[in-house]
Design a protein around this ligand. Structure first.
Ligand code: SAM
Length: 248
């Protein structure tokens, strides 16, 4: 990452109330790997350094000031893609037990590569680090395994509209756990269509937190949903069904 990129990350971090100076090298390395992998795998649409810093790194880090990821909360990043928001969260909170879930194998492999390069997990072949796990598959199927109701937190960015996302995410949460969806400013419409999904799946809208991304000025919303009751075993429905026939 260029000196300008690092300065942008530091200043953006300060705007979020975060001191990123101890983490500059980690983000710099992540950026280099992203750039290199993008050429090979077309992982993200964002190319410019400034865009990666603001729309990937800083956007992911808007989760930290919620205070929901401070200790030992078992956390699942659903549909992590190239590692967002999970990896930036883990860089800042290395003790957080984090699982990255992703349907596309090459993307999940990339996140493992980054985690290794950043020293977040031991080198390949070393002992399995319980602090970080990588799950390859569809949420609709994995939510019917031992992963069901195994997490205190689920996070997701840019995965699906709210009614669909709730069906994918809530089954992974323990009652009392919190789902945080990273959304854009038009999430109110999605929420209006989510009442049935919340009721059926056992969720309660806690809060919609509005914020503006540093530098770009783009509006973001963090939607916090509490799991209030166990999700009925029929959910999530088979792969693709939540998307084709959202609960509404
Ligand atoms: N969260 C990342 C980000 O914000 O950069 C990736 C966003 S990308 C638009 C959506 C990702 O979710 C894709 O990598 C896709 O494979 C994954 N995904 C979508 N539906 C999924 C499902 N049902 N189960 C597992 N992964 C899913």
């Amino acid at each position: 990452m260029s000196p300008e990129g690092k300065a942008l990350l530091l200043e953006g971090g300060r705007a979020l109330g975060l001191d990123l100076s101890p983490h500059l090298e980690a983000f710099s390395r992540y950026y280099a790997l992203l750039k290199e992998a993008n050429r090979r795998l077309n992982l993200t649409a964002l190319e410019e350094e400034k865009e990666v810093v603001v729309k990937h790194f800083l956007d992911a880090l808007t989760l930290v000031p919620t205070g929901l990821f401070e200790g030992e909360e078992a956390t699942l990043d659903l549909g992590t893609g190239a590692g967002f928001p999970g990896l930036p969260l883990k860089i800042l909170r290395p003790r957080l037990p984090l699982t990255l879930l992703e349907a596309t194998r090459k993307k999940l492999d990339f996140t493992r590569e980054v985690a290794e390069a950043l020293g977040l997990i031991p080198p390949h072949g070393g002992p399995q680090d319980a602090g970080m796990r990588f799950l390859w598959g569809r949420a609709e199927e994995l939510a019917h395994t031992r992963e069901r109701e195994a997490y205190d937190r689920v996070v997701a960015r840019a995965v699906a509209p709210m009614p669909v996302l709730l069906e994918l995410a809530l089954p992974f949460l323990r009652p009392g756990g919190v789902f945080v969806a990273q959304k854009g400013p038009r999430v109110e419409e999605e929420l209006a269509a989510s009442r049935k999904a919340l009721e059926v799946l056992g969720g309660r809208l806690l809060q919609v937190h509005a914020l503006t991304l540093p530098f770009s000025g783009e509006e973001r919303r963090l939607v916090l949903v509490e799991k209030t009751a166990p999700t009925p075993p029929a959910y999530p429905r088979r792969p693709g069904v939540p998307e084709r026939k959202p609960l509404s």
